[in-house]
Design a protein around this ligand. Structure first.
Ligand code: SF4
Length: 245
């Protein structure tokens, strides 16, 4: 847990991480445990990067936000973590009503409908992520080795660019992500991912949404675009869930 997961982790290391995440998700009497589990998963990606830093030079820089105009899929615990960060923020631009209003044009758009539309993420403030430390795992793993490719996707409606990425960043985040999905399943929660602005809007709509979701309410079931993990990822997550159940 102190060093995250390597790029090619041993099976027992992945299961160990999944068990810790599952324990957090099942912590009795803790109505914040979903968001806290997402925070724990995120911290493991950071630890993986710190323990074995990639040496490949990436193009991403503070203030470069082309990827923040793309589709983002989030699991429920991640969205509760985001919602808490928005509620706690003192930034005027991140007031709950403002974030919900900025997310309106994005709701219901699928990934290809987002490309080239130049619709910013609802928590993008200027060219900076307003919830940088709480950003979803998919944002944490997004690295680019080509600014040209990012601009290409930003400019071209309905067309994905081949954006070369850092394989180590991707591996660290993917390993923790699949352990997290397995932990969610083993704890009895959905591992579906949802379009971020719509899910965030729902999470921010009342103060007790996390508690209700933890209690079994299918809070996000009516959202128009539900993203399921790929079959491969789903199969690995299921095996992890079975092993730790
Ligand atoms: S959450 Fe932050 S990093 Fe992710 S798309 Fe939105 S602004 Fe960008």
């Amino acid at each position: 847990m102190g060093a995250g997961l390597p790029a090619q982790p041993r099976r027992d290391a992945v299961l160990g991480v999944a068990l810790v995440l599952k324990s957090k998700l099942m912590e009795r009497g803790n109505d914040q445990r979903a968001g806290e589990a997402a925070e724990l998963a995120h911290s493991l990606i950071e630890k993986s990067l710190t323990a074995r830093p990639p040496t490949i030079p990436i193009t991403c820089r503070s203030g470069c936000a082309y990827c923040c105009y793309s589709y983002v899929g989030v699991t429920a615990p991640e969205v509760f973590r985001l919602a808490n960060a928005v509620r706690a923020s003192r930034n005027e631009a991140l007031k709950v009503d403002h974030v919900r209003a900025r997310g309106l044009p994005l709701r219901g758009l699928n990934p290809s409908e987002r490309t080239g539309r130049k619709l910013p993420c609802p928590v993008l403030v200027g060219d900076l992520c307003g919830v940088y430390h709480e950003r979803p795992m998919v944002c944490r793993q997004a690295t680019s080795l080509s600014l040209e490719a990012c601009v290409d996707e930003f400019e071209n409606a309905g067309k994905y660019a081949e954006i070369p990425v850092s394989s180590l960043h991707l591996a660290y985040a993917s390993n923790v992500h699949v352990a997290f999905l397995g932990a969610l399943e083993a704890a009895g929660y959905s591992s579906d991912a949802y379009e971020m602005s719509a899910a965030l809007d729902l999470a921010l709509s009342e103060n007790d949404t996390q508690r209700r979701w933890l209690a079994g309410e299918r809070l996000f079931a009516g959202l128009p675009t539900v993203v399921r993990p790929s079959r491969d990822v789903e199969a690995v997550a299921r095996k992890i869930a079975e092993a730790i159940s």
